[in-house]
Design a protein around this ligand. Structure first.
Ligand code: ATP
Length: 224
């Protein structure tokens, strides 16, 4: 068990497959928030996405680990892949909290995921365990344009106090940050479509992951 007061990032997703959009965002957040490490945590059974077109969790974890090889600041975490049942972030955060009791945790998610967070299991409790960093997806920064009213899903509207346009504080003292990352218009669904059509995947994701997809014949079925 680690008792040092480190700052750790937890970046959840399906990573089906991991790509440069994920990797660059994780790296920029790590640097800007002074995080020692960002854990990329592939969800074995994502409650919010169907399992159609989902590569086995072990393959998605292996691809993440290949993608981050050589960068000590990023790490592929197997927790949700080892755990039976649905992948709930509340359980993942509780596990990190037990494992790193003195660490300050930062949960990283995209703007698209944030807009649905009120449908997540124990969504209000999430903000007692970690700070949250919501990253921009398509380069837009809605928190600069929208009023606070539009920023929060209904179930969370009363949870946060305004600090500034990109930072709010929950009653627990945990912070919610909105943070702009580089605009890399890459998505896993596009990569799966390109792979299914037999087109090049170069420069959308690391060569090591492309090699893995080729050697395991992933995403070769119907286009999704
Ligand atoms: P899919 O296309 O299958 O929906 P995805 O590319 O969105 O997949 P996920 O694994 O679902 O990948 O994403 C994990 C997290 O990373 C989400 O919170 C998502 O918003 C964020 N994300 C994905 N792609 C990018 C990108 N290009 N830039 C910034 N964030 C991204």
């Amino acid at each position: 068990m680690d008792r040092s007061a480190s700052r750790l990032g937890i970046f959840g997703g399906t990573f089906n497959p991991v790509h440069y959009g994920h990797l660059r965002a994780a790296e920029e957040v790590r640097e800007a928030f002074g995080l020692e490490r960002v854990y990329l945590v592939p969800s074995a059974r994502p409650p919010h996405k169907g399992e159609g077109g989902l590569a086995p969790a072990g393959h998605r974890l292996d691809m993440v680990r290949r993608a981050v090889r050589g960068n000590p600041g990023l790490y592929g975490c197997s927790y949700e892949c080892r755990k039976p049942g649905p992948s709930y972030s509340i359980e993942t955060l509780s596990w990190f909290h037990r494992r790193h009791p003195a660490a300050e945790l930062f949960f990283i998610m995209g703007w698209d995921a944030w807009l649905e967070i009120d449908s997540w299991h124990s969504c209000r409790e999430l903000f007692t365990l970690a700070n949250f960093i919501v990253i921009s997806r398509s380069g837009c920064q809605p928190w600069l344009e929208a009023g606070p009213e539009e920023l929060f899903p209904f179930a969370l509207k009363d949870l946060f106090c305004y600090e500034n346009r990109s930072c709010y504080q929950a009653g627990s003292g945990k912070k919610l940050y909105f943070f702009a990352v580089s605009r890399l218009d890459v998505s896993a669904s596009r990569i799966r479509r390109e792979a299914a059509a037999g087109r090049s995947l170069r420069y959308l994701l690391p060569d090591s992951v492309i090699g893995y997809i080729d050697s395991h014949q992933l995403y070769r079925g119907e286009e999704r």
